[in-house]
Design a protein around this ligand. Structure first.
Ligand code: ADP
Ligand code: MG
Length: 400
């Protein structure tokens, strides 16, 4: 492992790349204000940092995130821009996102036990009910709609905790067709009205959650097809056979829950996340066995087993290197006071990405161009200004 000093972003010291998503890269960092605490710091991908739309979306994600305080939503600690790098600091969740879990299950031709899948969906429904109903300080509804409920945005902690992590497009009226590049991969979980570019409300999240539940129950990505447009066409039609046709252990009540969440017409869908959660609760009440967090924890641990210890030791090793490299006690000085902050360069990113093993990391895209540094005048401009001031002062002195 290359010893490299941690990179300061805001008050955090980033020391390991965790994962790259469609919009952002997530790093593991230390929070000098809370010694020992690991944080996940999300930074906008350099290739998107030059685009106003993406900068605004990222800023809005930070603003929405800090408002959301719920056990099934990742806790956002802080957000801002540090020397040109837009960041969102969150609690670090030691676990895998559901897409990684589902991929592993597919590889092993296994499925999540049904009560665990239902319990997981119930926890996401609870998070959505909270977010959809949230108001501001004056009681005005915030109208938060996630718009991106998909397995990549649901974390399954090794302790069995389930959290919704990404409110990246929660308050943006995004035009799906024009943004197809950056939202690629999520289309198969979108609601029909979303892919049709129609106005959406909170009920699009319920369609998406239905699709996620369907996949957990059957192992089938029901609307996925070759290419974005074929997938969009399937989503538009929203024709999904009952999950029981794919998995004989599924009962009529679960078929009905999926069907009601995944209706093409919005008016026929669950009217609210709370209604869907009630049905999932009712189902779970009749199946008391094995849907506690410990059961999910045991299941995920059984799935990844050895890898969890490897992940932990990778993180510990990288943390030790970072602490050894950080000058002084990181708890006593803000990083910005010790070392001038700098934009995370592509070289640094590549090196950090190489730290340790990230077993199920998505393939890396080709390196994006270096980001612009918005709002920062070049050094020569300051020098020229200084010279002009000296010349003006000398002229005034001579003519006085
Ligand atoms: N707080 C966190 N703790 C651990 N891993 C995280 C955390 N937040 C995100 N990740 C990982 O990073 C990936 C990308 O994060 P996400 O917020 O979904 O970014 P994007 O907006 O690019 O989709 C997630 O799928 C997950 O694997
Ligand atoms: Mg995401």
């Amino acid at each position: 492992m290359t010893a490299r000093p941690p990179v300061p972003v805001g008050r955090y010291l980033l020391f390991k790349s965790l994962k790259k998503g469609g919009m952002a890269r997530v790093f593991l960092g230390l929070d000098p204000e809370v010694p020992g605490r690991l944080v996940a710091v999300k930074t906008l991908l350099p290739k998107l940092a030059g685009q106003k739309l993406h900068r605004e979306m990222f800023q809005s994600e930070g603003k929405v995130g800090v408002r959301l305080v719920h056990p099934n939503i990742v806790r956002t600690l802080d957000h801002g821009v540090s020397d040109g790098t837009a960041f969102i600091a969150m609690e670090f969740i030691f676990g895998f996102d559901l897409s990684t879990v589902l991929r592993r299950l597919r590889k092993e031709a296994r499925r999540i036990p049904i009560p665990l899948a239902v319990s997981l969906a119930r926890q996401v429904a609870d998070a959505l009910a909270y977010a959809h109903e949230l108001s501001d300080e004056f009681g005005q509804p915030l109208d938060i709609v996630n718009r991106d409920v998909s397995p990549g945005n649901i974390m399954v902690g090794f302790d069995g905790r389930v959290t919704l992590i990404d409110f990246g497009i929660a308050q943006t009226t995004i035009d799906v067709k024009s943004q197809i590049g950056s939202i690629k991969g999520k289309i198969s979980y979108m609601a029909p009205e979303q892919v049709r570019g129609l106005p959406v409300d909170h009920r699009c999240d319920l369609f998406s959650l239905g699709t996620v539940l369907y996949e957990m129950l059957t192992g089938v990505q029901v609307f996925h097809d070759e290419g974005d447009f074929a997938t969009m066409e399937r989503v538009r039609r929203a024709e999904a056979p009952p999950p029981s046709t794919e998995n004989a252990h599924i009962d009529a009540a679960l078929d009905a829950i999926c069907a009601r969440a995944m209706t093409r017409e919005v008016v026929d869908r669950y009217p609210a996340a709370r209604a869907m959660k009630r049905d999932l609760d009712a189902w779970l009440a009749g199946h008391a066995e094995a849907h506690e967090p410990e059961a999910l924890a045991a299941f995920v641990r059984s799935l990844f087993d050895r890898q969890i210890d490897e992940m932990r030791s990778d993180i510990e090793a990288a943390r030790q290197v970072a602490l050894g490299e950080a000058p002084g006690d990181p708890s006593d000085t803000a990083p910005s006071a010790r070392r001038p902050p700098r934009l995370i360069s592509e070289d640094t990113l590549a090196e950090m990405a190489g730290h340790g093993r990230d077993a199920d990391r998505e393939p890396e895209a080709s390196p994006p161009p270096p980001p612009p540094r918005p709002g920062r005048a070049p050094r020569w401009a300051f020098a020229a200004l200084g010279l002009a001031a000296v010349a003006a002062f000398a002229t005034w002195w001579a003519l006085r």
